[in-house]
Ligand binder design. Structure first.
Ligand SMILES: NC(=O)C1=CN([C@@H]2O[C@H](COP(=O)(O)OP(=O)(O)OC[C@H]3O[C@@H](n4cnc5c(N)ncnc54)[C@H](OP(=O)(O)O)[C@@H]3O)[C@@H](O)[C@H]2O)C=CC1
Ligand SMILES: O=C(O)CCC(=O)C(=O)O
Ligand SMILES: [Mg+2]
Length: 744
């Protein structure tokens, strides 16, 4: 293990990347004097694209493959990485980022939709490595521990967020399939020996196609296969469209087309095709010629038809407008701009979109710029039912009260690409009807499914070591926090049935005396947790990877108004630490507000909490007293920050992200000035503390005074660094004070 205490701070996308231009200089000013190295690595979408094409870029343009580097680092004991949210790019986002980089003079190829030559196939393969959730599964070499610290719960009790009222006659509901989905078809097995599996499709006429071979598995690994029937999905969607119209509710679709980058865009495309069926059929030839792909959303239709004659464009647009009169109203992403829920697959992402709907009285925005009850279409039953349970609870008992409600922290299984997380290279849209078989190297069939052309078949894996680690983490959290823990596992699901056996076995490895540990199917686990939360009681949810994702937005958004205020730690299995910032994403809407009005409402509390945990970890692993002093002081500063409510406000002219960073610096400096463990740091930061306190009004005026006008940063995915830094550091007084610490 190296002896330099080092933290890696990741450079990502959108709002968190902008916030970093302001926060990182502050972090440097505090860590430099303590001899702690903070380095950055670029894992942004643009950075990842550029790292794939060293051969076409000039020396100045080329950047290293920081993601792979960090993926390796995450497997070492010295890893200490602060991971901010990044874009998991949908296809429209990937293409937009490529176009922006080309416009900035990077000679990248276009994304080849239908690669013909070897060069195009190679380019497509490189771009596909960057697509979807390409970062998190690489860095998350550990299971997930996400919770609201007590200081944050106290803050919410003092400054509660708004919760929309619920009425018992709300018509909002979840619609899911009853058969033909992944849930219904899942088969699962635990393998008893290391092996290499083959996935093959045998056609009805005996034609055999290898879908994938060399799928490495270890003894004790759980593997499962399931498929979504395309025809069942189509008829389900058609019926739900009719039902939404009949009930007079908005039609909305909630998928995870980003994280589930292969299966969910196809499902999204099927829903788009059903909703716009008549128009797509009537103009099939023209749309084919224009290159429209429903998997990219109806937004892609509007951009691709620009290559057609004006008459044809008008005919298609006119028919869509007419179709809207026949169909139910669609939930809108941006009613002012006419952007519907079916425009872009990455605009509505289930983990954040369902909680936002539940927080807002079960309503979503309609084209009339009003909120309405909605039908939330979540096709697969594996996880859809938890949202209906939550809606039922709100209809019966009203909205949750943030000032009295308990908490549901999460321990999530995700290490080593667990479950659906690692399924992308084993997910296929079936080319012809037949049987999919998963076969061992000795020829034995692990399981098989009869499928039709177009069905979506996928296989997941979860290794034994992460499962043991997850059980251990659950018991540790239950013991440390003296809180009941529930494993959300459904004995009727093939995969969960395998996990239940393992959980029951591995729980015996731990002292669970006096602990309340249960295994409940998701609906019951949700009912149990909601009953307790309403009584002000906490319950740890111990879940697989997808529920980890869903619950760590759902509960924080209800409890705290946002998942940005979560402590989100990944204890890496080899001893390092990955400190994530909050549990949400990169808030694209915030960039729009910054560019138009120079106000960034991004809340960096997640970064502050992650930094404190990272410094604490550094102090322990490197036996570094100064890191510990900084961590303790930052913890005090975070408490002070919350107590004084210095989080960014939503409206332009008020304190924003930059102002919140100033207050963090002030409180951190004051906490270091107040401590007596390290005299040198005390003296250094006493000076900074008194400067910042004396200049508080000037600095806040400089920061808030910059707001209210448009700001140019020359790029969305790859802004100009100097312009972005200038925009995010408008207080000369603050910049000067920080420079003085660095020079001392
Ligand atoms: N760990 C990761 O890397 C993750 C990445 N993502 C990626 O993030 C992008 C956006 O995803 P999306 O589903 O829109 O979810 P987000 O969590 O980014 O945004 C949803 C809304 O949550 C609120 N929000 C989220 N974080 C903050 C914050 N720190 N401060 C203040 N408000 C916040 C904002 O509400 P309001 O607009 O009302 O202010 C925002 O519009 C996608 O590209 C997705 O792939 C998503 C999740 C995790
Ligand atoms: O990896 C992704 O695409 C999203 C991850 C996410 O939403 C989460 O971990 O909560
Ligand atoms: Mg999430």
């Amino acid at each position: 293990m190296s002896d330099t205490p080092k933290i890696i701070y990741t450079l990502t996308d959108e709002a968190p990347a902008l916030a970093t231009y302001s926060l990182l200089p502050i972090i440097d000013a505090f860590t430099d004097p303590a001899g702690i190295v903070v380095e950055t690595r670029d894992i942004s979408l643009a950075g990842r694209i550029l790292a794939q094409f060293p051969d076409v870029l000039s020396d100045e343009q080329r950047i290293g493959d920081h993601l792979s580097e960090l993926g390796e680092l995450a497997k070492t004991p010295e890893a200490n990485i602060i991971k901010l949210p990044n874009i998991s790019a949908s296809m429209p986002q990937l293409k937009a980022a490529i176009k922006e980089l080309q416009g900035q003079g990077y000679p990248l190829p276009d994304y080849p939709d239908e690669p013909a030559t070897d060069a195009e196939k190679d380019a497509k393969a490189r771009f596909d490595r960057v697509k979807g959730s390409a970062v998190n599964p690489v860095l998350r070499e550990g299971n997930s521990d996400r919770r609201a610290p007590q200081s944050v719960k106290n803050y919410v009790r003092k400054y509660p967020h708004r919760m929309g009222e619920w009425s018992s006659d709300s018509k909002s509901h979840v619609a899911h399939m009853e058969d033909g989905d992944f849930y219904g078809s899942e088969q699962s097995a635990t393998l008893d020996a290391d092996d290499s599996l083959t996935i093959e499709l045998v056609g009805k006429d005996g034609t055999k196609e290898t879908l994938k071979d060399g799928v490495k598995v270890l003894a004790g690994e759980v593997v499962d296969g399931a498929f979504m029937s395309a025809s069942s999905l189509r008829s389900f969607v058609a019926a739900e469209i009719d039902d939404a119209k009949k009930q007079g509710v908005l039609f909305s679709l909630h998928l995870k087309a980003t994280m589930m980058k292969v299966s969910d865009p196809i499902m999204f495309g099927i829903v788009v095709s059903e909703f716009y069926k008549q128009v797509l059929e009537d103009h099939a030839g023209d749309l084919e010629q224009a290159g429209f792909n429903p998997n990219n959303g109806v937004g892609d239709l509007y951009s691709s038809i620009q290559s057609l004659s004006e008459d044809k464009q008008n005919a298609i647009k006119g028919d869509i407008d007419a179709l809207y009169k026949e169909r139910p109203s669609i939930a809108m992403v941006d009613s002012h701009k006419g952007i519907t829920n079916l425009h872009v697959p990455s605009d509505v992402i289930i983990d954040a979109s369902m909680p936002a709907m539940i927080r807002d009285s079960g309503k979503m925005w309609g084209a009339d710029d009003q909120r309405h009850d909605a039908k939330a279409v979540i096709p697969d039953r594996c996880y859809a039912t938890i949202y209906q349970t939550t809606i039922d609870d709100c209809k019966k008992n009203g909205a949750f009260d943030p000032t009295t409600m308990g908490s549901v922290p999460n321990v999530g299984l995700m290490a080593q690409k667990a479950e659906e997380y690692g399924s992308h290279d084993k997910t296929f849209q079936i080319p012809f009807a037949g049987t999919v078989r998963v076969v061992k190297s000795n020829g034995d069939v692990v399981f098989e499914h009869d499928v039709e052309a177009e069905d979506i078949w996928r296989m997941c894996q979860v290794k034994d070591a992460p499962i043991r680690d997850w059980v251990k983490l659950a018991v540790t959290r239950a013991r440390d926090s003296e809180t009941p823990a529930v494993f959300w596992l459904d004995a009727n699901r093939a995969h969960d049935a395998q996990l239940i056996q393992k959980v029951e076995t591995y729980l015996k490895d731990h002292d669970t005396s006096g602990l309340d540990i249960r295994i409940l199917p998701p609906v019951e686990a949700m009912q149990f947790s909601l009953e307790r939360i309403r009584r002000g009681e906490d319950t740890i949810s111990v879940t697989g990877n997808v529920l980890r994702d869903y619950l760590t937005d759902l509960f924080p958004i209800m409890e705290l108004g946002t998942s940005a205020k979560m402590l989100s730690i990944v204890p890496l299995m080899n001893g390092g630490g990955l400190f994530e910032t909050g549990a949400g994403g990169s808030a694209p809407k915030h960039v729009q507000q910054l560019v138009e009005e120079n106000h960034l409402r991004w809340d960096s509390l997640g970064e502050f909490l992650a930094l404190a945990a990272s410094l604490e970890h550094l102090g322990k692993t490197f036996d570094n007293a100064r890191a510990t002093v900084l961590a303790k002081a930052l913890d005090t500063a975070n408490g002070e920050f919350l107590n004084n409510d210095k989080s960014p406000k939503r409206k332009t002219g008020e304190l924003d992200n930059r102002g919140s960073h100033f207050y963090l610096a002030l409180y951190w400096a004051e906490a270091l000035a107040a401590q007596d463990d390290d005299a040198e740091l005390k003296s250094l930061f006493s000076e900074l503390a008194s400067t910042l306190r004396a200049e508080e009004q000037t600095i806040v005026d400089e920061l808030n005074g910059a707001q209210g006008k448009a700001v140019e940063i020359k790029g969305y995915y790859h802004p100009d660094k100097q312009l972005a830094s200038d925009a995010m550091r408008p207080s000369a007084t603050l910049n000067e004070a920080l420079k003085k610490v660095a020079n001392s």
